[in-house]
Ligand binder design. Structure first.
Ligand code: GBH
Length: 441
């Protein structure tokens, strides 16, 4: 078989944390058993979700969590990254659901790794100003304190936010995700307030006696379209906006040059909060991005419409296979990303965990997904050999799920979901990963 021809996945250090990831809004369903979130409101608008779907039922994980925990246990992962829905915690019995989930995970020998925010802001908080409003950061910290108080006796590893970069760009600058803001550069306060929320959450977790805290930031190498000055400058700018703007406040306690001036409030004082030390740094990696000077016209890219007034344009990476999302498959860019982080941030970079990596493909005999994951594990191992301190790897995702604006049309799961019957069927990649994990023991 193709897997045999590739040879075994190299051996990772003992204690390396193997896991899979999901998020609440993408899998839970049971929307009528919680407060509404920005995603419920966004999906209700016409033309927002490609297949016209909503996450009202999703994978119905809320009612089928026992079956899903059994799938995790059989897969043999050490850890499960899921997210806690703030709108559910706001609703009667909501925290009780996560309480039971954590108990079931512990009983199954799977370590719970909750993310405290994965894009599903309570609609009530949006109506009070959302991430454009500074108070949202304080409200988030209050919610975090409640969760830590209830789960802190059994949860020993925490993630504050998922991908504030994507939530800013897609949710507030371009409007292709909830809450649908099309503010372009006026969306930057949403980034700052999320980062402030991260810092306040770290403090709230510490106050509750919790430790081992990280953030899950999306990162990828930015490749200039050519060596011409205009392309290099555009790529640098994109790198500042999508990578450095979110890494540097957390790791270095400062914004990249030119950014701080664009932000509201006492930025220097806020940076002290944002730089509250994390114990590890989570990276979600999917693909590199090739960027050049602006075209001066609107372009469609990776399902996103980029307005003409942006000072860069995203270009195709040629000569590579692409996944069903249209993203190129470039495993060695993961090695480049990690060694680049180590070189840039040195001893300010804590141990790294890959908190998401995966791909969209159809079918249950998903040989392309196996090839993608196999290639990325080898690239990750090369980063370890090059001296980068990587402590864990989480596949996105356990289940096919609600892929935001793409609806159910993109399948990232190791387990297939029939969205009619909600039947779970492990794919070939699930069996492959189980064997990889077994061989690592
Ligand atoms: C994550 O976002 C989310 O955390 C998760 O909820 C989601 O389901 C999952 O990934 C899959 O989408 O256009 O070639 O330059 C990922 C966001 C995906 C943003 C890849 C950057 C670069 C591809 N990232 N993308 S390209």
């Amino acid at each position: 078989s193709a897997a045999a021809a590739r040879g075994p996945v190299p051996r990772f250090p003992s204690g390396f944390l193997w896991g899979v990831s999901t998020s609440a809004h993408q899998i839970e369903g049971a929307a009528d058993e919680r407060e509404p979130s920005v995603w419920d409101a966004f999906a209700a608008g016409p033309g927002r979700i490609k297949d016209g779907s909503t996450a009202d039922v999703a994978c119905d994980h809320y009612h089928r969590h026992r079956e899903d925990v059994a799938l995790l246990a059989r897969l043999g992962v050490d850890a499960y990254r899921f997210s806690i829905s703030w709108p559910r915690v706001n609703s009667p019995g909501g925290l009780g659901f996560y309480d039971r989930l954590v108990d079931e995970l512990c009983a199954a020998g799977v370590r719970p790794v909750p993310t405290l925010y994965h894009w599903d802001l309570p609609l009530s908080v949006q109506e009070a100003g959302g991430w454009l409003h500074r108070d949202t950061a304080g409200r988030f910290a209050e919610y975090v304190a409640v969760v830590a108080e209830r789960l802190g006796d059994r949860v020993s590893k925490w993630i504050t936010l998922n991908e504030p970069a994507e939530h800013t760009l897609l949710g507030h600058a371009l409007g292709t995700h909830a809450p649908g803001g099309r503010l372009l550069f006026d969306a930057l306060p949403a980034a700052h307030h999320q980062l402030l929320a991260h810092g306040l959450a770290v403090r709230a977790l510490h106050a509750a006696g919790a430790g081992d805290i990280g953030i899950a930031n999306s990162h990828g190498p930015t490749w200039p379209a050519s060596q011409e000055a205009a392309d290099v400058a555009a790529a640098d700018f994109y790198d500042v906006l999508l990578n450095r703007l979110f890494a540097e406040p957390v790791l270095l306690g400062r914004y990249p040059e030119g950014i701080g001036e664009l932000l509201p409030g006492d930025v220097e004082a806020d940076l002290k909060v944002i730089a509250e030390p994390v114990d590890w740094y989570g990276i979600n990696y999917y693909a590199p991005t090739r960027v050049g000077a602006p075209h001066g016209e609107e372009i469609e890219f990776g399902g996103v419409t980029m307005p003409a007034e942006l000072p860069f344009s995203v270009r195709e990476i040629e000569g590579r296979p692409v996944t069903d999302s249209g993203w190129p498959v470039v495993p060695e860019a993961l090695t480049e990303l990690l060694t680049g982080f180590r070189d840039r941030y040195g001893d300010r970079l804590p141990p790294v965990v890959i908190t998401e990596n995966g791909c969209a493909y159809e079918g249950v005999d998903d040989q392309e997904r196996i090839a993608y994951l196999d290639g990325h594990l080898r690239a990750l191992h090369r980063a370890l050999e090059a001296g980068v301190d990587v402590r864990g790897y989480f596949v996105w995702s356990l289940l096919d799920n609600f892929e935001w604006a793409e609806g159910y049309a993109r399948r990232f799961g190791l387990v297939h979901i029939d969205h009619g019957t909600l039947e779970r069927t492990p794919k070939a990649s699930y069996g492959w990963l189980r064997e990889v994990l077994r061989a690592q023991r």
